[in-house]
Design a protein around this ligand. Structure first.
Ligand code: TXA
Ligand code: MG
Length: 307
């Protein structure tokens, strides 16, 4: 049971970090503009980057959304609670700070039992990933602590299961469009709604997906894709590979287990900084393009890679 003090902090307009199945979120009351302001300030987040509303009960959707299209209903029934965020036409009452001037709102029902308990006791929460803007999202309570110290109370739920942020699917356009790939893949969504889905992760300055134009997920160590000719001999480098036979503490091999790689990649990024690695070299994922987690991992690594 989550101690009452965390519920009280939210009710009095504060922020609390809590675990979801994807990454830790920085929660604040979705109906309190001052609390939402604190979220932006705490993270150092640009105010034109909108927030996801987190709910614990399907009934709450209609407080934020004008109408629930049939496709949305189908997806909610199939994937909620779980790591799928739906962008829908917002109700006028939704606070401007949440939707950053757009006429839509992003909404999801997380599946982590602590998230569901928390939200069912506080009411709907906005919750961006609980990291300082630009840093890798937190998948452990200690990551949140390392960004915010004592200034943010944390509900510790151990390591998060998925490790990458939710799939964001825009249902306000004529063709459903993935704005951020995640654990729920394009193919899984297409199977449920029985129509094609677009994916636009490169919509750099598009007002449709404001988050895409910001640099993300970057550790201090420089991240690069490994090229064929790289030798695995640099002691200041952390190597994230698939099939290497070498056994060295700075070489991690996943053998195609992209679920494990997704679960721990942000922790690897952050730990690399703690351990003093200068760079992180990652083997390209060409062999795994049909894996359901391929797009999500490729997208997050691309964003971390030095341009
Ligand atoms: O898994 C997750 O989604 C995590 C956990 C804590 O739930 N949350 C998360 O929130 O990743 P955040 O704020 O770090 O990322 C939200 C993304 C951003 O890329 C933002 O631009 C996009 O969702 N977004 C939010 N509202 C939107 C809207 N109305 N239209 C388009 N994109 C939106
Ligand atoms: Mg984030």
């Amino acid at each position: 049971m989550i101690p009452e003090k965390y519920i009280e902090i939210i009710k009095s307009g504060g922020v609390v970090a809590f675990p979801t199945e994807t990454v830790y979120g920085l929660g604040a009351d979705a109906w309190n503009p001052t609390a939402i302001q604190k979220v932006f300030e705490t993270k150092g987040r640009p105010s034109d980057n909108p927030l996801i509303v987190h709910i614990s009960d399907l009934q709450q959707v209609s407080d934020f959304v004008e109408e629930i299209p049939e496709l949305a209903q189908l997806l909610m029934n199939t994937f909620w609670p779980g790591p799928l965020t739906l962008v829908l036409k917002k109700k006028p009452a939704v606070l401007d700070a949440i939707s950053a001037g757009l006429n839509s709102v992003a909404i999801r029902m997380p599946s982590h039992p602590l998230a569901i308990e928390f939200i069912s006791r506080t009411g709907p929460l906005v919750a961006p990933s609980a990291n300082t803007s630009g840093k890798p999202s937190p998948t452990k309570a200690k990551h949140v602590f390392s960004d915010f110290g004592d200034s943010v109370p944390i509900i510790d739920g151990g390591s998060t299961e998925v490790g990458l942020e939710s799939t964001v699917l825009d249902l306000t356009s004529s063709i459903p469009t993935i704005l951020r790939p995640g654990f729920i893949s394009k193919e899984e969504i297409e199977q449920v709604i029985k129509q094609p889905v677009n994916i636009t992760t490169k919509a750099i300055a598009s007002p449709k997906s404001p988050g895409q134009k910001y640099s993300h997920y970057k550790p201090k160590a420089a991240v690069y894709w490994l090229d064929d000719k790289s030798e695995l001999t640099n002691q200041n480098t952390l190597y994230l590979l698939q099939d290497a036979e070498l056994k060295q503490s700075n070489i991690i091999t996943y053998k195609g287990d992209l679920a494990l790689m997704a679960k721990e990649i942000y922790d690897r990024f952050r730990q690399a900084d703690v351990d003093g690695f200068h760079q992180i070299l990652i083997e390209p994922l060409h062999k795994y393009t049909t894996h359901p987690l391929h797009s999500a991992l490729q997208n997050r690594i691309d964003k971390a890679v030095e341009k």
